[in-house]
Ligand binder design. Structure first.
Ligand code: ZN
Length: 208
């Protein structure tokens, strides 16, 4: 994953998830980023995560790999070449404290291994993508299921927004937000990320 440059994440991009955390549904895309040290490949082995900083939540998200910079008139398929399923791990108690203080979310979402990702697969195009749900199993039980067709801000809107405000280019990746159903992870939990019926990656959470 050495080739990955910037990690951008969209917050509150699914209505029901914004509601479950008591957040307002945003009217413009809401983005944050993670350091590249946050990346961890879901390759079947254990991934170390913080176990002593309050509740740790999974947020399952589709992740898209940027192949080239956006130019006016381009479509999503011109900009994205690959996709994966990822988890935007969040220290929920830390985040609540940061929100109260009006501080940035880095401590809650930017810690090591907070950006778990499956291996990348070819991007089949946006319409094809909407035909398949992504999901997360915790200890073989489905805990989250989502579809990119349900986002508040579609991919092209997010790409244009990121391009305008931060710059977006080859090697950047985009976490696109989580559907409803986020929840806690305990030490030893086995997490499995699926695209339709296909397991794209799994790992064991090792809380330290
Ligand atoms: Zn998220």
């Amino acid at each position: 994953m050495d080739h990955i440059r910037n990690i951008f994440c969209v917050g509150r991009n699914y209505r029901l998830h914004a509601a479950e955390l008591g957040n307002e549904v945003p009217t413009t895309p809401f983005l944050f980023n993670k350091p590249t040290h946050a990346l961890a490949l879901a390759d079947g082995s254990a991934i170390e995560l913080p176990g002593d900083r309050g509740e740790l939540h999974y947020e399952t998200e589709l992740v898209f790999h940027i192949a080239r910079s956006y130019q006016e008139g381009m479509q999503v398929e011109d900009v994205i070449d690959r996709m994966a399923v990822g988890i935007d791990f969040t220290l929920r108690d830390v985040q609540s404290e940061l929100k109260k203080k009006g501080h940035p979310w880095l401590l809650a979402k930017g810690f090591r291994n907070s950006a778990v990702i499956t291996p990348f697969h070819p991007f089949p195009g946006l319409e094809a993508c909407k035909q398949t749900d992504f999901s997360l199993l915790k200890n073989s039980e489905q805990v989250q299921r989502g579809n990119i067709g349900d986002v508040i801000f579609d991919l092209l809107t997010v790409i244009r927004f990121a391009t305008e405000h931060f710059g977006l280019s080859k090697g950047d990746i985009l976490y696109t937000g989580t559907p409803a159903g986020v929840g806690p992870v305990a030490n030893g939990d086995r997490l499995t990320m699926l695209w339709g019926d296909q397991v794209w990656g799994e790992f064991t959470a090792k809380l330290t």
